[in-house]
Design a protein around this ligand. Structure first.
Ligand SMILES: O=P(O)(O)OC[C@H]1O[C@H](O)[C@H](O)[C@@H](O)[C@@H]1O
Length: 536
């Protein structure tokens, strides 16, 4: 039983010193790292050794990960609760690939939509497509969750490649966001993209209606400057967007896996179809690697296994994602949806209660900013937080290479400090050197002691190009899938978001004063009363 083996291996030496593993094995860094297509995943600063890694790999065999992976790529309906295939990989598959769903090759349609998107993006970027006031200067992507986080994250990440119109994102139903976004824009030169897989999401439909009213005040035919991205052609037509500006996709693309297709249109408009293609190629390269590589060499599988070691076996409750890459500032938020909406479940695929913990809490911020905020807890708090560092070996600003050297030095220093710590004796010596003596020196030394032995991994690559971003996003997608398969979870549904939506619908008439709050609990009644009082 691999789970029992893993628990036993952990119990045998729960406090195993990572630094000692390095001292015992001069080749450790190399042996616990994997290089793939320009990126190096270094997991040597963890407490994994050969036996532990072998037991982790046995997990992938016990759940038959290779067969499940093939089922996904082959278009089988592995999202069983929604009876859907899971084929975001088709969105980035190269020409010449065949992908069957219910016996039908979906690739001709995928390629046709990709080509239509490219033609449209080229027209907007060149000025061939215009608004009522001429060339499009600004694009607003209205969408939320998977229809927002991918394009926002990608557009920020690839800022050096953005040479198209300015792209803005509106997701929150809080009127403050659309108010502040529209405030600086000219409706006559703005294109509005309404991105929603279902085209029913209340936040998106509310923002879309507000944007249309705003545009309608200056532009005779506002629908002419609207684009829809959705699986529902009926609903986009009902909203008044003509079919030539609707880019459709199928229900086998999950919202949080959808930035590779129409939902990525805002990113394509910003960076251009060629760079968007490079992004797709990076994703496709990771697909091929994930599909064909044995577990011990397979980057997404290894990321999943290191995560399982830390969360399910060692019991560390959260994982920090720390990109030393300011432009990946929204990567943690993107991964929160990808990982927590996919694997935050208590029920296994067969409907039984999950045997152990689901996926962990994922959080983070770019370095070096986080160092001056929450790293204190990471270094000295009582909870151990495995850290995932990401670092580009080069930046896009050669004239600021000294900034980048400092950035890289900080990233490396953090993982080193987390592992090495500073023993009490060293802290005491420093206190003595600073002229302190006796109990004062000892107390201060205790405050300045770092236990160390805190695990981290580093994903390092040359430069954050569109291709590289594609690889990174697909790497995390497959990591989530591999983790879900090992835990027995369906990573592709999200029933846990439904209840709040239903209750919000019921609360709306109560807040409007049309219905009474009497049936609600005391706290909800009190909050409703406070809001109503503020409006009276
Ligand atoms: O794209 P949409 O249909 O508007 O959905 C937007 C988002 O809303 C839902 O609540 C889901 O939890 C997300 O997975 C989804 O990405």
């Amino acid at each position: 039983m691999p789970w029992n083996d893993l628990l036993r291996l952990h119990k045998q030496d729960p406090d195993c010193r990572i630094a000692a593993l390095f001292a015992a094995d001069p080749d450790r860094a190399e042996r616990f790292s994997r290089l793939f297509d320009g990126m190096l995943f270094d997991f040597s600063k963890t407490s994994l050794d050969d036996a532990r890694l072998t037991a982790l790999i046995a997990l992938t065999e016990a759940c038959d990960l290779p067969a499940r992976r093939e089922a996904m790529f082959r278009g089988e309906k592995i999202n069983t609760t929604e009876d859907r295939a899971v084929l975001h990989t088709a969105l980035r598959a190269p020409e010449g690939t065949k992908v069957l769903v219910d016996g039908q090759d979906v690739m001709p349609e995928v390629l046709e939509t990709r080509a239509r998107m490219a033609r449209f993006a080229t027209d907007v970027r060149s000025g061939a497509f215009t608004g009522a006031g001429g060339r499009i200067t600004d694009v607003i992507n209205i969408g939320i969750g998977g229809s927002d986080l991918g394009p926002v994250m990608g557009t920020l990440a690839l800022a050096p490649y953005c040479d198209g119109p300015r792209v803005h994102f509106v997701s929150n139903v809080d009127g403050a966001q659309i108010h502040d976004t529209l405030a600086g824009l000219d409706p006559a030169t703005t294109l509005v993209i309404v991105g929603s897989k279902t085209f029913t999401t209340v936040e998106t439909m509310t923002n879309a209606a507000t944007a249309r009213a705003w545009m309608g005040r200056c532009v005779a035919d506002p629908a002419a400057q609207f684009v829809a991205l959705s699986t529902s052609e009926d609903k986009t037509a009902a909203f008044g967007i003509p079919p030539e500006r609707v880019f459709g996709f199928e229900d086998w693309v999950g919202g949080r896996y959808s930035m590779w297709g129409p939902i990525g249109l805002s990113l394509m408009l910003a960076i251009g179809p060629d760079d968007f293609d490079a992004f797709l190629q990076g994703g496709a390269a990771m697909d091929a690697h994930f599909r064909d590589t044995p577990a011990a060499e397979n980057l997404p599988v290894l990321l999943a296994l290191v995560g399982i070691w830390h969360h399910q076996i060692c019991g560390y409750p959260t994982r920090a994602v720390l990109p030393y890459e300011q432009r990946l500032t929204r990567l943690p938020a993107y991964l929160q949806q990808l990982e927590m909406e996919s694997n935050g479940k208590s029920v296994a695929l067969d409907g039984s209660a999950l045997n152990g913990p689901s996926g962990p809490v994922v959080w983070g911020e770019p370095g070096t900013n986080g160092q001056h905020a929450f790293y204190q807890l990471i270094h000295q708090g009582t909870s151990i937080v495995p850290c995932e560092f990401l670092l580009g070996a080069r930046g896009h600003e050669p004239e600021l290479a000294h900034h980048h050297r400092l950035l890289a030095a900080n990233c490396l220093a953090q993982s080193e400090a987390l592992m090495r710590g500073r023993p009490y004796e060293a802290a005491l010596k420093e206190a003595h050197a600073a002229g302190l003596t006796g109990p004062r020196a000892e107390t201060l030394a205790r405050h300045r002691t770092f236990t160390g032995n805190r695990p981290s991994t580093t994903l390092i690559y040359d430069l954050l190009t569109p291709y590289r971003l594609g690889q990174i996003v697909a790497l995390y997608e497959h990591r989530v899938f591999a983790e879900g398969v090992i835990l027995g979870i369906n990573s592709f549904d999200q029933w846990g978001v439904e209840l709040g939506k239903e209750l919000a619908t019921a609360l709306r008439p109560i807040l409007e004063g049309q219905e009474s709050a009497v049936a609600k609990d005391g706290s909800t009644r009190q909050l409703v009363a406070f809001i109503r009082a503020a409006h009276s």
